[in-house]
Design a protein around this ligand. Structure first.
Ligand SMILES: Cc1cc2nc3c(=O)[nH]c(=O)nc-3n(C[C@H](O)[C@H](O)[C@H](O)COP(=O)(O)OP(=O)(O)OC[C@H]3O[C@@H](n4cnc5c(N)ncnc54)[C@H](O)[C@@H]3O)c2cc1C
Length: 488
């Protein structure tokens, strides 16, 4: 039996839901298929930090910002890398997306818009997010989604595997599988929004070689669609060379190669938020950077120069309990209490504690003499108030009073940078440069490298996912042709 729709969307996550809501509210009939048993995709885990210049929220907060300033900042941060056509489209559409959320009662967090230092900062307070991370976005979408379902304009098939597509002159045919039943769908257009590939180590290796792998990406980000597109449709894969990991994941289950961003994440991204009472050592027991470096990009790149893209944060009991100069306790693990850290340390899995440096070296596998010398040298720096080797200036705490702690921190994936190639209309592009006529893609399937370049520009994953999804929803209903616009 064949089912006919205006648009078929594969992937009912961030970009897919945004597309379906726009298209259905403009009168289209939309079918979504998703392999998962629930809608929402990465929004269930994402930090939901969005960025846009010139939003209503910024204006209400007297922040003078613009699309042009946003674009300029991105190019300054990423050195002009990425797909500039897509970056321009994304920044032009970003305020429209955020204003839509605003008009629909979005619960903005009290402290935003703000400048975020967890990535290289923008020059304006431009990062904007909800009080419940990306769940706030999902919650704002839900009434529109439910309206689409109630009007039968949105037809959502969960636990449904995508099998293949075929583009004809007049339509796209999609074959999918639900339990053992094969279902054929037909539509004027198809939009592929299946996300990234960060939860598929084997596939990741084929694109990035044997670089150290630790992932915090949503479990459904497994990239089967990308593999299918490359193999069966010769779609060009690009931007993998722009890859960067994030800091700093804790692998609570050693050997799992997984860190959960929302569960256990070390506060090592930038010292703007926490004065370091600790030192970072690599697997050789040696320091490798100024722990109070504020530039997040510099820190991330320093860690990728270390073996296994991994390091240890070492401190003593005083370092665990001391307050910052502003009187804040500021835990090394985001959101964790001292008692939680001690309880985890007692397990000797991701955090280790011992009464002496020698025992700490033994349990972590760090070379004892090197660790000892490193700590001794650091304590001399504190005495002299001078760190000639690395230039650290915050030198308030020696590491001298046991017990001694070591937290094993991994550079971890939050998003994947590689993705499929599209033209300025977001239509799939082959390795020969030919565009498909009826098959489009949006979201992380395009790769973070496309919209953020070789850097983490705040909000430049989830905002383009939402914006391109929405834009396609309108464009494919022919109510908004701005997707076709090439910005100069
Ligand atoms: C922990 C974390 C924090 C983040 N924080 C931020 C942030 O603060 N700011 C920011 O800009 N970005 C952030 N990101 C990234 C951002 O959230 C994602 O890039 C974005 O949400 C991806 O949207 P998407 O629609 O492309 O994919 P998703 O939202 O992941 O949706 C993809 C959907 O496709 C389905 N699917 C996959 N393969 C198939 C298939 N073969 N057949 C059928 N269905 C399939 C999946 O089940 C899923 O529902 C974060 C990501 C993570 C993991």
């Amino acid at each position: 039996m064949k089912h006919e729709f205006d648009i078929i969307i594969v992937g009912a996550g961030t970009a897919g839901m945004a597309c379906a809501i726009e298209a259905s509210s403009n009168g289209a009939t939309v079918a979504l298929i998703d392999k998962a048993d629930k809608i929402g995709g990465s929004m269930h885990w994402s930090g939901g930090h969005m960025s846009a210049g010139g939003t209503q929220l910024q204006k209400r907060n007297n922040i003078d910002d613009s699309i042009e300033d946003h674009y300029r900042d991105i190019l300054n941060i990423n050195g002009g890398s990425g797909d500039l056509t897509l970056i321009k489209k994304a920044v032009h559409e970003a305020p429209v997306t955020l204003d839509w959320l605003d008009d629909n009662g979005f619960d903005w967090a009290a402290d935003c818009p703000r400048i975020i230092y967890g990535h290289v900062p923008y020059t304006k307070a431009r990062t904007q997010y909800g009080s419940n991370k990306a769940i706030s976005i999902l919650e704002t979408m839900m009434p529109h989604w439910e309206k689409g379902i109630a009007s039968s304009r949105i037809h959502c098939m969960l636990s449904t595997e995508f099998v293949s597509f075929k583009e004809n002159e007049e339509s796209v045919l999609i074959t999918c599988k639900q339990k053992d039943a094969i279902i054929e769908l037909s539509a004027k257009h198809a939009v592929l929004t299946t996300g990234g590939y960060g939860s598929n180590h084997e596939f990741f290796k084929t694109k990035h070689g044997d670089i150290p792998y630790n992932s915090s990406t949503y479990p459904t980000s497994t990239g089967e669609m990308i593999q299918y597109l490359e193999k069966d449709h010769h779609i060009h894969f690009r931007m993998a060379d722009l890859h960067l990991p994030s800091l700093g994941g804790l692998e609570l289950e050693p050997g799992s190669n997984r860190s959960n961003f929302n569960e256990a994440w070390a506060m090592v991204l930038t010292s703007v938020y926490r004065q370091p009472r600790d030192i970072y050592v690599n697997v050789h027991g040696k320091r490798f950077m100024a722990e109070d470096e504020i530039n997040a990009d510099t820190r991330e790149r320093e860690v990728t120069k270390q073996d296994n893209w991994q390091f240890w944060v070492v401190f003593d009991e005083n370092g665990l309990t001391a307050l910052d100069d502003n009187g804040i306790q500021n835990s090394i693990i985001i959101g964790w209490t001292i008692d939680q850290i001690k309880a985890e340390a007692a397990k000797n899995k991701a955090i280790f504690v011992k009464d002496s440096i020698e025992e700490l070296a033994q349990v972590t596998g760090l070379p004892s003499d090197a660790l000892h010398n490193t700590i001794e040298d650091f304590n001399i720096c504190v005495d002299k108030q001078e760190d000639l080797a690395f230039g650290r200036t915050y030198l308030q705490h020696k590491i001298e009073t046991g017990p001694f702690y070591a937290v094993k921190v991994h550079a971890s994936l939050l998003v994947t940078f590689g993705g499929v190639s599209v033209d300025h209309l977001l239509r799939l592009k082959t390795t020969e440069g030919k565009s498909y006529k009826r098959v489009y893609a949006a979201g992380e399937i395009l790769g973070l490298g496309a919209t953020s370049g070789n850097a983490f520009c705040s909000g430049m994953a989830i905002t383009p996912a939402l914006s391109f999804g929405r834009l396609l929803g309108r464009y494919l209903c022919e109510v908004d042709m701005s997707l076709a616009k090439q910005y100069s």
